[in-house]
Design a protein around this ligand. Structure first.
Ligand code: PLP
Length: 454
């Protein structure tokens, strides 16, 4: 590698011409988010885990492989085409829908609106829905649209899914974390205090990101009363709530709570959806619901989802028509409700969660928690739980665990926004069979027993 050894203003020229006449760059010339090692933590984690393929992996939240069936892809694609024929669309329109550039906000909003009504009791007019390239693009589009000045800050639950901090960082949006207060996740009063503290600093909290149902990484669920209070705080503090809900379908029977969006009577919520866990992540399909009216200088009003279309057009032009057709076919085939369709899958995840909890209790009986220095939360669903350990759990320890003990996991500190979580690990169990979970927890118990406290 020829890296030009030039500094300062000279460096600008060297961007195009290195000493040998070939283009050669320095990392520090790139956007700070690309230089920041924190932004690379998930890649490092999965690369480390992948270097030890024999290790049982609790390090990811990948959905259950057994739910993926090649034949279902073409079946659901065909099902969507049949649906369009049944609606009376001429063949050339159907062909155009699948092959041509399409509307930026997508073409399955009607089907998604029906699903939202049936599964979540959310009343979302199709015009308030944008079909996106996964949750990740929905987050990028919403953030790009909502934030317009450097004093505007994104509040986020902490610890948080890396996708939100990364999206904000890529857009130069400052982020402030609000620590979860325990098994009930975010405390509404702390949200109010954080919004006010920012105001006292001359800044403005524009939006708050949170995952009310089975948060990643902590597995917490916000209780119903706190959801209502959060909505009240959002209305009073003029905050948009960015509600991310990939795991809500995986609750135990009778334990489903209403989403913030379904309780939202003041239009404070933008709902960020994903088909990664309810269908499959390879579709890279998600959506956002933004039903807030936006009025322009001429007095014309359009829904926020329509305004945000301008951002989506520049990120991705439109979402894949093939993925939309396959997901559309899944929705049509299941009568626009994924709840019953995912009950068996939910049972798989719940059995895995119960197996982890059982295995942990077997290796670390309650009366010896103090002696072992180990404790954990007991989520009621989702893909993750948090294990507290008596030593600093960083990537180097994870590597030793994977190499020498055959079990990998994720350091919780990677998910904290303001530092913290140094002696905690995230256990993701969604893609490990029960026997593998039992063996994995046995290996983890040996690793914990052998690791000196610090
Ligand atoms: C909290 C959270 N949001 C969203 C997603 C899914 O994002 P995407 O649709 O971009 O795959 C995940 C997946 O891990 C997640 O944990």
């Amino acid at each position: 590698m020829n890296t030009p050894a030039v500094q300062g203003t000279e460096a600008r020229t060297a961007r195009i011409t290195g000493e040998d006449g070939l283009v050669s760059l320095r990392q520090e010339w790139l956007h700070p988010a690309i230089v920041d090692p924190e932004m690379d933590s998930m890649r490092l984690l999965s690369e480390t885990a992948m270097r030890f393929p024999e290790a049982l992996s609790f390090s990811s939240g990948a959905p259950y492989d057994g739910n993926h069936d090649l034949a279902a892809l073409s079946f659901h694609l065909e099902r969507y085409v049949k649906h369009l024929r049944e609606k009376g669309l001429p063949e050339e329109r159907i062909t155009r829908t699948l092959f041509q550039y399409g509307p930026v906000n997508g073409f399955i909003q009607d089907e998604v609106a029906l699903m939202l009504k049936r599964d979540e009791d959310i009343d979302a007019p199709p015009g308030s829905i944008m079909i996106t390239h996964g949750y990740q693009e929905a987050a990028l589009v919403a953030l790009r649209g909502l934030f317009s000045s450097p004093d505007e800050v994104l509040l986020t639950v902490s610890p948080a899914y890396v996708g939100i901090r990364g999206a904000a960082r890529m857009l130069d949006i400052p982020v402030r974390g609000i620590l979860e207060s325990g098994p009930d996740g975010l405390d509404p009063e702390t949200v109010r205090e954080s919004a006010r503290a920012l105001r006292a600093e001359g800044k403005r909290a524009v939006a708050l990101y949170l995952v009310p149902d089975f948060s990643n990484p902590s597995g917490t669920v916000i209780p119903l009363e706190a959801r209502r209070r959060l909505l009240q705080v959002a209305a009073e503090e003029e905050l948009i709530l960015l509600e991310d809900n990939p795991y809500g379908l995986f609750a135990r029977d009778g334990e489903t709570l209403p989403t913030l969006k379904s309780l939202d009577t003041t239009r404070n919520v933008i709902y960020l959806g994903s088909f990664a866990k309810s269908a499959f992540p390879g579709a890279r399909l998600g959506y956002l619901v933004a039903d807030q009216p936006v009025t322009d200088a001429e007095g014309t009003t359009r829904l926020l989802a329509q305004e945000l279309s301008k951002a989506k057009a520049m990120y991705s032009v439109g979402s894949s028509s093939l993925s939309q057709a396959v997901i559309g076919g899944i929705l049509v085939e299941n009568d626009y409700t994924l709840r019953p369709a995912t009950r068996e899958l939910a049972a798989v995840y719940l059995e895995r969660l119960d197996t982890v909890l059982d295995a942990l209790a077997g290796h670390f009986p309650a009366e010896r928690h103090e002696e072992h220095g180990v404790s954990w939360n007991e989520p009621r669903g989702g893909f993750f739980l948090t294990l507290r350990v008596p030593f600093t759990a960083d990537l180097a320890k994870m590597e030793r665990s994977a190499r020498d003990y055959g079990v990998s996991w994720a350091p919780m500190s990677m998910f904290h926004i303001e530092g913290g979580g140094y002696r905690e690990i995230r256990l993701g169990f969604s893609n490990l069979a029960p026997e593998a979970i039992r063996e994995g927890i046995a290996r983890l118990a040996r690793f914990i027993a052998d690791t000196p406290r610090d």
